[in-house]
Design a protein around this ligand. Structure first.
Ligand SMILES: Nc1ncnc2c1ncn2[C@@H]1O[C@H](COP(=O)(O)OP(=O)(O)OP(=O)(O)O)[C@@H](O)[C@H]1O
Ligand SMILES: [Mg+2]
Length: 246
C-alpha cells in the first residue's frame, strides 16, 4: 500500500529526515517508535504532503502511484488520512459541518451516520462546537479519530492516539481504530492499512500491530515484532537500539 524509499526531507532549511526506507502492506498495521525529536511526526506530515516539509530526494509511492509531488488534498482523495499529534483548532467551523463535508465527498448521504460515529467516541456533545477549540487533550485525540472515521481513508496514520487519553476512553479509541483497520477480517481480506506512533505502547494493548519500526536521528533504524521491540526499548532504552543486532 505504501512504499517509502530514500526519503530525505528538510524543514526551515534543515535536514530532518535522512534516507527513510520502509513499507506498509495492505492489511497491515505498523508501529513507529523513536525518541522525542527523531522525526516521527515529520515523516507522517511529509507523507500527507504538509507544505513545510520539503522532499529533497527519495519517493513516496501509494497504491502503486508516485505521490511525492502531489498536494495534500489530492493525497487525501486518494485515501490517505492522518490524526495529528497536535492538531490546530479551527475557529468558526463546527465539527459537524466538517464531518458532513467528509461523508458527502465519499458519497454517503445518511447524515445520521455522523451521530453514530460520535456516539462511538462519546463525542455527541461536541458536534456543534468549533473544531478542537477549547477541547481537552483527550477530547482532541477523539475528535481527530472522529474526523478520520468520516473521511474513511485506506491508509490511516495515527500520531500518538493514546497520549493523554483516559483509561475508559482508550477502550473506545482502541475499538474505533480496530474498526477502521478492519481487524475483524483476516489480513488478506482487508483493504486498509495503518501506521501508529506511540511512546508508551498503551494502544498496543487494544490494537494488534504486525511490525514495529524504530526511528533514530531521522532514519528508520530497525524493524521487528512490536512487543519484542517495545520490551527491548523499555529494558535498554534507545541507546540499546544502537548496539542491538535485531
Ligand atoms: N516546522 C518545523 N520547523 C523547525 N523544526 C522542525 C519543524 N518540524 C520539525 N522540526 C524539527 O525536526 C525534528 C523532528 O521533529 P518531529 O516532530 O518529527 O519529532 P518526533 O519524533 O515526532 O518527536 P516527539 O516524539 O516529541 O513527538 C525536531 O528537532 C523538530 O524540532
Ligand atoms: Mg511527534
Amino acid at each position: 500500500m505504501l512504499q517509502v524509499r530514500g526519503l530525505t526531507v528538510s524543514v526551515a532549511g534543515r535536514t530532518i529526515l535522512g534516507g527513510v526506507d520502509f513499507h506498509v502492506d495492505r492489511g497491515e498495521t505498523v508501529v513507529l517508535f523513536g525518541p522525542n525529536g527523531s522525526g516521527k511526526t515529520s515523516l507522517l506530515k511529509t507523507i500527507i504532503g504538509h507544505p513545510d516539509y520539503r522532499v529533497e530526494s527519495g519517493s513516496i509511492v501509494f497504491k502503486g502511484r508516485d505521490i511525492t509531488g502531489l498536494p495534500t488534498d489530492e493525497r487525501a482523495r486518494l485515501g490517505i488520512g492522518i490524526a495529528f499529534q497536535r492538531p490546530p483548532a479551527v475557529r468558526g467551523v463546527r465539527l459537524k459541518d466538517l464531518l458532513q463535508a467528509c461523508i458527502e465527498i465519499r458519497g454517503e448521504t445518511d447524515g445520521e451516520i455522523i451521530d453514530e460515529y460520535a456516539r462511538r467516541l462519546n463525542l455527541e456533545d461536541f458536534l456543534r462546537r468549533e473544531i478542537n477549540l477549547g477541547f481537552s487533550g483527550g477530547e482532541i485525540k477523539r475528535s481527530e479519530l472522529l474526523q478520520l472515521m468520516a473521511q474513511a481513508p485506506d491508509f490511516i496514520m495515527l500520531d500518538e492516539p493514546d497520549s493523554g487519553v483516559d483509561l475508559v476512553s482508550i477502550n473506545l479509541v482502541g475499538e474505533v481504530i480496530n474498526g477502521m483497520l478492519q481487524k475483524n477480517r483476516r489480513a488478506v481480506k482487508r483493504s486498509r492499512a495503518g501506521m501508529i506512533i506511540t511512546h508508551a505502547g498503551y494502544i498496543l494493548d487494544y490494537v494488534n500491530a504486525d511490525r514495529a519500526y524504530v526511528m533514530l536521528g531521522g532514519a528508520i533504524f530497525c524493524s521487528g515484532n512490536p512487543r519484542d521491540v517495545l520490551a527491548d526499548i523499555r529494558a535498554k532504552g534507545y541507546e540499546g537500539c544502537v548496539v542491538c543486532e535485531r
